[in-house]
Design a protein around this ligand. Structure first.
Ligand code: NAD
Length: 253
């Protein structure tokens, strides 16, 4: 039977690449994104997908997304919590409104979307299981300047994933988290100056940014049966950034 995935924040960037990958593999694809016009643009690239305009951080909207998915496809096998916002600023300039805006989408959204998906995901306890993949960031693993809200939200996503894995394993729902390194999407380009881009190239053993498709490959793998005994794991898809220590560029020269 055809499997179904819901990918949040998939009107563009990493989410769109992931949605296209699932589609290529023959899955039913549902997409939730807050950006209506961007969703319309994505439509041509996602033939047959269910496109839902909505906000993952709104408790009153979230249950309706799943009603739509069930009506369109009859169930759900995997949820990819990818929707995210970035806002870089010094601690003293991060107003409570800016802090909340980041937390709402990046952390509250993952909690709400996962909780509301449970009734549909639990249906697969006896039939091969289901999966949740959350998208964190290398900024959730390593502290850096200007990321007080973003980095903290992503660290929260990593711990939330472990909580989900611990509790949902008995329902055969596998929960894993991906920490992407830098990818040249609209989100990253809004906060990465040329200096930041150069510094990343220097600090990353593969000496480059990743592509949307490279993150999508990992998302698909973790949702697939190829990963049937993998849960509670953090997978960094970051060109080696996480694994390396201080001083690597100097040692290379
Ligand atoms: P992007 O800005 O290109 O795409 C994010 C999408 O999420 C957009 O289409 C946006 O409309 C949607 N979105 C934002 N808030 C939403 C909400 N409340 N409800 C529903 N949809 C919402 O960004 P991207 O670079 O593709 O990022 C995808 C994920 O990857 C994010 O969680 C981001 O934090 C993470 N990430 C990105 C990078 C990078 O370098 N690009 C690195 C690490 C982690």
């Amino acid at each position: 039977m055809k499997r179904t995935v819901l990918v949040t924040g998939a009107a563009r960037g990493i989410g769109l690449a992931a949605a296209k990958r699932f589609m290529k593999e023959g899955w039913n694809v549902a997409v939730v994104d807050i950006d209506g016009p961007q969703l319309q643009e994505a439509q041509a690239e996602l033939p047959g997908a269910l496109l839902i305009e909505g906000d993952v951080s709104k408790p009153d909207q979230v249950p309706g997304f799943y009603k739509g998915v069930e009506k369109a496809f009859g169930g759900l096998n995997a949820l990819v919590n990818n929707a995210g916002v970035a806002d870089f600023g010094p601690i003293e300039e991060t107003s409570f409104e800016r802090w909340r805006r980041v937390m709402e989408t990046n952390l509250d959204g993952v909690f709400l979307m996962s909780q509301a998906a449970m009734p549909l995901l639990k249906r697969h306890t006896e039939t091969g299981g289901a999966a949740i993949v959350n998208i964190a960031s290398i900024s959730g693993l390593r502290a850096s300047t200007l990321r007080v809200a973003y980095g903290t939200s992503k660290a929260g996503v990593i711990q939330l994933t472990l909580q989900q894995a611990a509790e949902l394993g008995e329902h055969n729902i596998r929960c894993n988290v991906i920490a992407p390194g830098p990818v040249r999407t609209k989100l990253a380009m809004a906060v990465h100056t040329q200096d930041i881009i150069n510094a990343y190239h220097d600090a990353i053993p593969l000496n480059r940014y990743g592509s949307e498709e490279e993150i999508a490959n990992a998302i698909f793998f973790l949702c697939s049966q190829e990963a049937s005994y993998i849960t509670g794991q953090l997978l960094s898809v970051d060109g080696g950034f996480e694994g390396t220590g201080i001083g690597l560029p100097a040692l290379r020269k």
